[in-house]
Ligand binder design. Structure first.
Ligand SMILES: [Zn+2]
Length: 317
C-alpha cells in the first residue's frame, strides 16, 4: 500500500489550465487584431487551435504533421484552415508543462504580444494548472537523430540524465549576433527566468522586403528587436546580452512542442531555425526505433526522471 501511495503521489500526470485565459493582440505578420481564448482540455487531447472566425470553426491540431510553412514563423494548416506564428505560445505550453488546451482564435495568427513568451507565461501562471488523470508520456531518446543542412544542424542525442538539455549556438555575420551559445538543462524555472522573455528580432534592411511580401505588417519596436548595421533601434536595448540566441531556443521549444510529447535527451543545435527544427520533429516520428515512450516520475516541478532512473535512486536510499 505504501508503495502504491508513493507511486501515486509522484507519478507525473498530464496538466491543463485551471481557468480560462482571454487576451487580444495584433498578429506580427498579418497585422490583424485577434481575440484569443485558451480553454482547459481533457487528458491525451494535446493542443488544438480552433478558427472561430471561419464557418464551422475548424480545428487544427498542433502537431508537426500539420505544419505547412516555416518561413519567418511556424504555420499550421488543416483542411484549408491555417493558424500562424504559433511558436511562442507553443513554447510557453511546453515550458510551463501545459499538455492539453484548446486555443480559440477569431483570426489567422496568434497575437505576438511583446515578441516573446513572457505574456503567455504570466497568463498561464495566473490561470493556474490542474493535474489530469492521464499520466504524462515522455519520449526518451535511445539513438541519435540528426538533421543537417549545409553548415546548419540540429541533433537529438540520448542522455544519461533525467530530462532535456539544450546546447544551441548561433554565429551570424553581424556584430550583435556573432557566436552566442545557450547551454542548460531545461526546466520550468529555466524557461520562466532565462528564455520566456527573449524577444523575436529582425534586421532593419529586411523590413521593407518583408512588408513587400505581405509579412511583418504588425511588427514594431513594441514587439520585436530591430537591428541596423550598427545599432539596436529599441530604446531600452536588450533584455539579455545574448537575447538573440535565447529567442532562437524559445523558437526551438515551440517547434519541438509539435512532436506532442516532452523529450528526454540532449538537443545540440547550430544555426538552426524553424525549417530545420520542423525537420527534426518530422524525423523523430519517422524513426520510431530511435526513441521510446515512458511514463514518468518527477522529483519536482520541471526536473523529470523516467521511472527506472527514479527507482534506481530510490533503491540506493
Ligand atoms: Zn520567435
Amino acid at each position: 500500500m505504501a508503495c502504491l501511495l508513493l507511486h501515486t503521489a509522484i507519478m507525473m500526470m498530464q496538466q491543463t489550465l485551471k481557468n480560462i485565459i482571454e487576451f487580444r493582440g495584433v498578429g506580427l505578420h498579418t497585422g490583424r487584431e485577434v481575440n484569443a481564448r485558451i480553454v482547459p482540455s481533457c487528458g491525451d487531447s494535446g493542443i488544438t487551435f480552433f478558427r472561430r472566425d471561419l464557418p464551422g470553426a475548424p480545428a487544427i491540431r498542433a502537431v508537426s504533421s500539420n505544419v505547412i510553412s516555416t518561413s519567418y514563423a511556424t504555420t499550421l494548416g488543416s483542411r484549408g484552415a491555417t493558424v500562424s506564428t504559433i511558436e511562442h505560445l507553443m513554447a510557453a505550453f511546453y515550458g510551463m508543462g501545459v499538455d492539453n488546451a484548446i486555443v480559440e482564435l477569431d483570426g489567422p495568427e496568434v497575437p505576438i504580444l511583446d515578441g516573446s513568451a513572457t505574456g503567455f507565461v504570466g497568463m498561464i501562471e495566473s490561470a493556474g494548472l490542474v493535474h489530469l488523470s492521464s499520466p504524462r508520456r515522455y519520449m526518451v531518446v535511445k539513438k541519435p537523430i540528426k538533421v543537417i543542412e549545409d553548415d546548419k544542424y540540429i541533433f537529438l542525442l540520448p542522455s544519461d540524465g533525467s530530462g532535456l538539455s539544450i546546447n544551441y549556438s548561433i554565429d551570424f555575420a553581424h556584430p550583435f549576433l556573432a557566436k552566442q551559445s545557450f547551454s542548460r538543462p531545461f526546466s520550468r524555472d529555466v524557461f520562466r527566468k532565462e528564455l520566456g522573455s527573449a524577444r523575436t528580432f529582425g534586421f532593419l534592411k529586411d523590413v521593407e522586403m518583408m512588408r513587400a511580401n505581405g509579412l511583418a505588417k504588425g511588427g514594431s519596436l513594441e514587439n520585436a528587436i530591430v537591428i541596423s548595421d550598427t545599432e539596436i533601434l529599441n530604446e531600452g536595448g536588450l533584455r539579455y546580452p545574448d537575447e538573440f540566441v535565447r529567442h532562437k531556443v524559445l523558437d526551438l521549444m515551440g517547434d519541438i512542442a509539435l512532436v506532442g510529447a516532452p523529450l528526454i535527451g540532449n538537443i545540440v543545435a547550430y544555426r538552426s531555425g524553424h525549417a530545420l527544427n520542423h525537420r527534426l520533429a518530422q524525423e523523430i516520428w519517422r524513426k520510431p526505433g530511435k526513441w521510446e515512450f515512458m511514463e514518468s516520475l518527477s522529483w519536482d516541478d520541471g526536473i523529470h526522471a523516467p521511472a527506472p532512473v527514479l527507482m534506481e535512486k530510490m533503491a540506493s536510499l
